[in-house]
Design a protein around this ligand. Sequence first.
Ligand code: ADP
Length: 378
Amino acid sequence: MMSFIRQHISVKLFISYLVVITVGVIVLATSAELAVPGAFNRHIAVMGSMMDSMMGSDVSMMADLYQSFRSAVSEALLIATASAAGIAVIVSLLVSRQVVAPVREMLKASHRIAEGNYGERVAINGSQAPADMDELGRLAISFNRMAASLEDTERVRRQLIADVTHELRTPLTTIQGYMEGLIDGVLPAEEGTYLSVYHEAERLKRLVNDLQELSRVEAGAYALNLQPVPVSTLITPVTQRMQPQFDEKGVNFELDLPENLPQVAADVDRIQQVVVNLLGNALQYTPSGGSVRLSVQPTEQGVKFHIRDTGIGIPKEHLPYIFTRFYRVDKSRSRAGGGSGIGLTISRHIIEAHGGELAVSSEGAGMGSDFWFTLLAA
Ligand code: ADP
């Protein structure tokens, strides 16, 4: 019995209503009991004096009259109390059910979500504005929000597994193809063939490293070593290292690094990793004869870096997805360049962890791209 009560809010609500009703009835009965003699004396006294004059003073008759009056009042009270209590019980039963219904619905929905139906939501009646809702309405809204975020996480997880499988399968299939060719004697057992196998294995290794880095960055499982550093420390070593690659491809590289920039709060290795990624992309997606320009300007809060190229650009419809993991505008072109579509995702995480912003704009295919990011002043 006790556990039944403990397990049901509706029963608890009902019992609380019953307590209120019982207290009400007791107060009503007690106050009536206390009020009756006074009321009798006040109202019947006038009649008593009339009767005295008609029949002479008869104490026993007065007592009978008082007794009958009491019985009449008690009977009326009893009937009124019984019908009021009956109706109150019915109403409280209905109200308890009504109050508990949304909680029951949420309970059912949570069971269905636990079984893997992540699309499950609870219905929200009436106004959706939290200001117009009671606690249960607001609970339903946060329940739905939690369900949506679970659904999203599940979708990302499934997509991640599908993407990783796909990314791993391509180089593995290629390696297998080369090996079969070698075994069957279709491919010559020479350096070129082995190099091709080696390149595919390299790509696999890069992909696995990128994935490891991505999971670390996404889980926030790395410590940022934030220090006040001059902007040139973040850029110059990278541009010096990459200049030969620009020269080799015939892409012009310009650096616009004004003096008097404020120092920024940065983890040098991480920000250099971002600059390498952005400059590497600019170089990869800019044909020879084009140019890439890295410029830095002070802002109110710190510094803004622009990496502009005159390369293939990014069509407008792809811009919103460019920072999503594994997203590549032209899959074959990016893959041929060794790209896994993870670099920008990692870069954005790193910049956001620094309190900055990383974004891109492009006028469209063939019009070049402009990637920019901000860092806060130290
Ligand atoms: P990837 O390793 O494939 O380059 P990223 O995450 O660095 O992965 O980039 C994702 C995609 O964004 C690329 O595949 C490419 O389609 C597009 N992209 C990135 N940078 C540029 C750029 N400078 N110009 C044109 N497209 C770019």
